[in-house]
Design a protein around this ligand. Structure first.
Ligand code: WQD
Length: 346
């Protein structure tokens, strides 16, 4: 007997697919909704190979409130929504801010409008530490209300949180916004991981491509920051810890434990690492030497951020447990699998 049915939008994406696995393994029935813009239908099979169950799949871009209303009416068994579907590239958001607002904010508005006529009132939103910009005090806590995102991507997440705050006050809606720090790594099976259609812009997938020899250069964007080795500090979190946090959040809502209509939680480890520390940690766990070159700073980067994640631990009962080394080794195994197995299928 499954616990409840959860709709996961963007469920074939990197964080979404790992969350679908965690939900199925926690005995939830999952419906995956995805427009396949930045993901592949093959991820359904990868999920099935891990859990033994292929989730029901609905192709949709969430851009029609009417279609979403019809969908919820036809699926009254849905008791919770986890909303991942969004564009997530920081540099792309700088190049095309309007597309980011239309997609990221528009899809949330359509979902919330369609939920007004549905019986589902539990909503988990995929937010981001990028809403903070460069915090004045570290570790950063959720009570930091001076939010100064440095990209349109971060601004769309901040606007979405504000929409949830206002709508949840009025409607019958229990909402949680989860502020992810830097998600990295892959599933322990080695059969699921980051596989965006876009060329990676994030450090760890680029580092893996360099180590595999499918990328010539690994540029370190600036070593003149006020940090121990001059390179930026980030709070990297294992994708499986992140996925588990979504199960904890939905369980918390379904159990009726919400204390306010909209609650916000940091999802980080509370520990920051510099770019060079990440590269050196990878060299240790993989035994692969990786040469990099220092280049000028990347526009929009902040110097350092890491989370105070105690609120999620105290309220949701969730805490990240996996180390940076485990993150990097899981990413390495996945990238090798992707290159050796998946590339031969094309
Ligand atoms: C990390 C560090 C770069 C690439 C990401 C997501 C954002 C949000 C937070 C979820 C930075 C440096 C990178 C490279 C480098 N997550 N770097 N060379 O910018 O912290 O933001 O996590 O919402 O959506 O984008 O992640 O991996 O791009 O950069 O030196 O080739 O690595 O300067 O200091 P970022 P990132």
């Amino acid at each position: 007997m499954t616990k409840a049915t959860i709709l996961v939008t963007g469920g074939l994406g990197y964080i979404g697919s790992h969350t679908v696995v965690a939900l199925q393994q926690a005995n939830y029935e999952v419906i995956v909704m995805d427009n396949l813009y930045n993901s592949s239908i093959e991820v359904l099979e990868r999920i099935k190979r891990i859990t033994g169950k292929r989730p029901r799949f609905v192709k949709s871009d969430l851009m029609s409130a009417k279609k979403m209303e019809t969908f919820f009416k036809a699926n009254p068994q849905i008791e919770g929504v986890i909303h991942f579907a969004a564009y997530k590239s920081v540099p792309e958001s700088v190049a095309n801010p309007l597309a980011y607002y239309q997609n990221n904010v528009g899809s949330l508005l359509n979902l919330l409008q369609s939920l007004q006529k549905a019986s589902c009132s539990n909503f988990v939103f995929s937010s981001s530490c990028s809403v903070y910009g460069q915090p004045e005090a570290l570790p950063v806590t959720e009570s930091n209300t001076h939010l100064a995102p440095t990209s349109p991507y971060g601004s769309t997440k901040k606007v979405c949180e504000e929409i949830l705050q206002d709508v949840a006050q009025k409607d019958v809606l229990n909402a949680i916004s989860l502020r992810y720090f830097n998600p990295v790594g892959a599933h322990e099976s080695g059969k699921l991981g980051e596989d965006s259609k876009e060329s990676p812009g994030n450090l760890v997938p680029i580092l893996m491509q360099k180590a595999l020899g499918i990328r010539q250069e690994l540029s370190v964007f600036g070593n003149d920051y006020p940090t121990p080795d001059g390179t930026c500090i980030r709070d990297y979190i294992h994708i499986e810890d992140l996925a588990q946090a979504h199960v904890s959040a939905i369980e918390y809502l379904l159990a009726g434990k919400a204390q306010r209509p909209h609650e916000i939680y940091n999802l980080g480890t509370g520990k920051g690492y510099t770019v060079l520390e990440v590269i050196h940690a990878f060299e240790r766990v993989s035994g692969v030497k990786v040469y990099s070159q220092i280049v000028p700073r990347r526009a929009g980067d902040i110097a350092m951020i890491y989370a105070d994640a105690s609120l999620a631990q105290n309220t949701l009962g969730w805490k990240a447990t996996r180390s940076l080394e485990e993150m990097l080794l899981s990413a390495w195994h996945w990238e090798q699998y992707k290159q050796n197995i998946l590339s031969k299928r094309k």
